[in-house]
Design a protein. Structure first.
Length: 366
């Protein structure tokens, strides 16, 4: 149930007191407003998705530009102060802490959080990574896209978190840095984490991520094996829009792109125009098999109609092994299967180079 909390006006102060709370100071001249604050115990955040509770939601009001709320005394927690859309102030707390949030701008959202070693470090990392992301976005919006600058920004982003965690093994914010790494980088840094951090607020999230990363590394190994040129694409049968069975092997003798996507996936949708161009260029020797994942069937049907997808579309319900069979780790994932039914290429993400690879493969056998 939502509740309305009227916060008393107060200054941002540093001294610790018997109470534990978060004090939020809004920009000068900002009128008193009502904000939505979500919060969840970190112990709940790492539960299996089916067992995970919904976040607690409070409605809080600022008075004279100040808003306060109590820190959860039952354990480390995550708080998000929402500003519409995806913008949110993100805070991690532990019982007994007093934190200060200073918001300098709501649009675009700009803020700092102080009062704990964890949040001091996260603020430093967030500010530095934000500058790198601006560089990436500028390069991505250039026409044509500046791929070299984008890659440089991605490398700098990864190095920021990697170097921070490696150089400060006992800093609680190193766990936050770890959460922004993956693969062997994550595993190497994880092994060097100071044992004292096992009691830190973010450690359960890092442990949960470790399990995911270990599975991801195994999937990467499988993906490389699948692209050795001799790996037969695992056959599968799924229902099309008319409810009829469609098998991958039905298309033996043709080039096939298996497009793992979902209507919830912005990058999947962004790639449709070029995918349609390729379909028109290479059919009938090419067929595209769109495999919708991770959403209700009704959403899939609406998505196919909305984006006018002209190829064969099938729905992948929960409980199949298709995603693990193909080592799918992200969306979109496009897999090129040659006319002999063997995997020729796997591309994860929206990558323009995919279509160069497709052209090269098809033209090589002509």
């Amino acid at each position: 149930m939502k509740k309305l909390i009227i916060a008393a006006a107060a200054a941002i102060v540093a001294p610790m007191s018997a109470s534990a709370d978060v004090t939020v100071k809004f920009p000068e001249g900002k009128a008193d407003s009502v904000y939505t604050v979500e919060h969840m115990l970190i112990s709940d955040m790492v539960r299996p998705r089916a067992e995970r509770p919904m976040p607690a939601i409070d409605t809080l009001k600022s008075v004279a530009g100040i808003m306060k709320f109590d820190v959860d005394a039952s354990g480390p927690a995550n708080y998000r102060i929402r500003f519409g859309g995806r913008d949110a102030v993100n805070i991690y707390t532990s019982p007994g802490e007093n934190l200060a949030v200073i918001i300098s701008s709501e649009s675009p959202l700009d803020y700092i959080v102080t009062g704990s070693a964890l949040m001091d470090g996260i603020t430093e990392l967030r500010q530095k990574s934000g500058e790198i992301l601006k560089q990436y976005q500028t390069a991505a919006q250039t026409e044509p896209r500046d791929e070299a600058a984008m890659q440089n920004a991605m490398n700098a982003y990864n190095s920021l978190f990697k170097d921070y965690a490696a150089s400060k093994p006992a800093d609680p914010a190193s766990l936050f840095a770890l959460l922004n790494l993956d693969g062997e980088d994550f595993m190497t840094i994880f092994e060097s984490v100071d044992p004292s951090l096992k009691n830190s607020a973010l450690y359960p999230l890092v442990e949960s991520q470790k399990t995911y990363v270990e599975k991801s590394i195994e999937a990467d190994k499988k993906m490389k094996e699948m692209q050795n040129g001799n790996y037969e694409a695992p056959d599968f049968t799924l229902k099309n829009l008319e409810g009829k069975d469609v098998k991958l092997s039905d298309f033996r003798g043709k080039w096939v792109i298996i497009d793992f996507w979902g209507s919830w996936c912005g990058w999947c949708i962004k790639g449709f125009p070029k995918l349609k161009d390729a379909y028109e260029q290479y059919k009938p020797e090419l067929e595209i098999l769109g495999v919708d994942c991770n959403e209700p069937e009704a959403n899939w049907r609406k998505g196919v109609e909305k984006y006018k997808l002209p190829w064969v579309n099938v729905y992948n319900p929960e409980g199949t092994t298709i995603l693990s069979d193909y080592a799918v780790q992200g969306f979109p994932t496009k897999i090129i299967v040659n006319p002999e039914g063997k995997i020729a290429n796997i591309t994860v993400g929206e990558n323009p180079a995919f279509f160069d690879t497709l052209a090269k493969l098809i033209n090589e056998v002509k």
